[in-house]
Design a protein around this ligand. Structure first.
Ligand code: HEM
Length: 451
């Protein structure tokens, strides 16, 4: 394909008149991003209708955007406006000027000391889940992993059991993700306030979250109890300047953000991990052998975690192949220099984490599932930002250690008790909404193993 290129002009893939690459993006956005990097990298532009998008593949440029010069880049206007009805001004979508203060407020819930206290809950939730499954039973892994991750976030951060609301929350979340994705990929996105069917569905989903979250907040406020969890922290937090407590809607925004960011990503990572393990029985057997040797059937404790390295490697390698946050987007606030390229203010910039993780120059045979890529020695040798499931810099995932620990615990706990056999031979397609989900149910049959 011919490429129009001038000195220091960003290479651009010629697309269809008017539509640009809208069809490519709709057909298979993940492969399109990979192709673009392979053909034009380290930086490459394309169009979705009237919008120009600049993709960045070079690891040093990525460092500039996320770390060195992060203050020059903001989350995209589109993402903020579509996510805003759902997440409000919570930590994930808030503007930079308010970010640092908000992050300081939420951070204590994710300190090492606190996360360590979550081990028992994570192990208990995973243990109870597998105890419900009978030998030969057919399950949808999506449903099961979402239920586990939801219960873990509910109990650890909010001190509530959301098991009964689980299905409603998952359904509302899927509706919201599809609605937001439809807006992002629209030829001309319409404001979320317009009464389109997509917007109506989005607002119905938001009502489900609001009812749940406000109920949790109001119950805790009424009880006056300090449980020392995230919710108590949010309710006690005061504004550094005014000394005022956070308003009910501020608490709501932080809580919804942590709820959603905290369960959907981890749940998807777990589904992909089991999907890969079901196709690689030898790797699954090694995971089970580690878990059985270390645990001998008892629940995991904090002290066990260093002795379960393979479970961690499996989880990391799964996120390499299927990173739940498959791409990261930013917009420069002003005209900004990236190497020899000038990026005009407001340009939508994308980092395809999916493409980075499948770069054959870094990961030999990139489509092969090989958890040994993440032995501590080999992981240390990876170039900076070549593996980045949690992003990097000041806006990197605040729940990264929480998520890694949860992945390790859930994988080891379930591997002790069950294995999953895929009921479909057709490959499960990844669906890149805001998160990378399987395009449909992942049907498996349970085989109980061990005691
Ligand atoms: C495998 C699981 C997870 C993955 C792959 C993941 C990924 C990410 C990524 C890539 C970002 C940065 C987004 C950007 O720069 O635009 C992010 C931010 C965030 N994540 Fe996670 N996440 C996971 C689990 C969690 C958990 C368990 C929590 C909380 C319980 C959480 C809460 C957040 C929050 C609040 C932010 C915004 C941070 C900020 O802007 O300061 N995430 N996550």
């Amino acid at each position: 394909m011919s490429v129009a290129m001038q000195p220091s002009a960003i290479p651009q893939l010629p697309g269809l008149p008017i539509l640009g690459h809208l069809l490519d993006v709709r057909r298979d956005r993940l492969s399109f991003h990979q192709r673009l990097g392979a053909q034009l990298g380290p930086i490459a532009a394309f169009r979705i209708g009237p919008r120009r998008v600049v993709m960045v593949y070079d690891l040093d440029y990525i460092h500039t955007i996320l770390v060195d010069n992060d203050a020059a880049f903001e989350k995209t206007r589109a993402l903020r406006s579509y996510l805003r009805p759902l997440l409000g001004d919570g930590l994930l979508s808030t503007l930079q000027e308010r970010h640092r203060g908000q992050r300081r407020l939420v951070a204590p819930a994710f300190q090492h000391r606190r996360i360590a206290a979550y081990v028992e809950t994570m192990a208990a939730v995973a243990h109870h889940a597998q105890a419900r499954w009978r030998d030969g039973e057919q399950l949808d892994l999506m449903h099961e992993m979402h239920q586990i991750a939801l219960e873990i976030v509910g109990k650890t951060l909010f001190g509530v059991d959301v098991q009964t609301e689980g299905a409603a929350i998952s359904d509302a979340l899927v509706t919201a993700l599809h609605s937001v994705d439809r807006m992002i990929r629209a030829f001309v996105p319409l404001p979320t306030t317009w009464p389109t069917p997509t917007n109506r569905r989005l607002h119905q989903a938001i009502t489900v979250f609001d009812e749940l979250i406000y109920r949790i907040i109001d119950q805790r406020r009424a009880s006056g109890e300090d449980r020392g969890d995230l919710l108590s922290m949010l309710l006690q937090a005061t504004d550094a300047e005014t000394g005022e407590p956070m308003s009910r809607s501020q608490v709501r925004d932080e809580a919804v953000t942590l709820f959603l960011a905290g369960f959907e990503t981890t749940a998807n990572a777990l589904v992909w991990a089991w999907y890969l393990l079901a196709q690689h029985p030898q790797i699954a057997a090694r995971l089970r052998a580690e878990a059985t040797t270390v645990l001998g059937g008892r629940p995991i404790t904090l002290d066990d975690l260093p002795n379960l390295p393979y479970a961690m490697q499996v989880f990391k390698e799964s996120m390499r192949l299927y990173p739940p946050a498959h791409s990261i987007a930013r917009q420069p606030k002003q005209d900004t220099q990236l190497g020899p390229y000038t990026i005009p203010a407001g340009t939508i910039m994308g980092i395809s984490v999916y493409s980075l993780h499948r770069n054959p120059a870094i990961f030999a045979e990139p489509t092969r599932f090989d958890p040994d890529r993440f032995t501590p020695e080999r992981e240390r040798q990876l170039p900076r930002h070549s593996y980045m499931p949690f992003s990097d810099g000041p806006r990197q995932c605040i729940g990264n250690h929480f998520a890694l620990m949860e992945g390790q615990i859930v994988l080891a706990t379930l591997a002790q008790a069950v294995q999953f056999e895929l009921l479909t031979t057709a490959p499960v397609r990844p669906l890149p909404l805001i998160t990378l989900r399987p395009a449909g149910p992942v049907a498996v049959q349970v085989r109980r193993v061990g005691s």
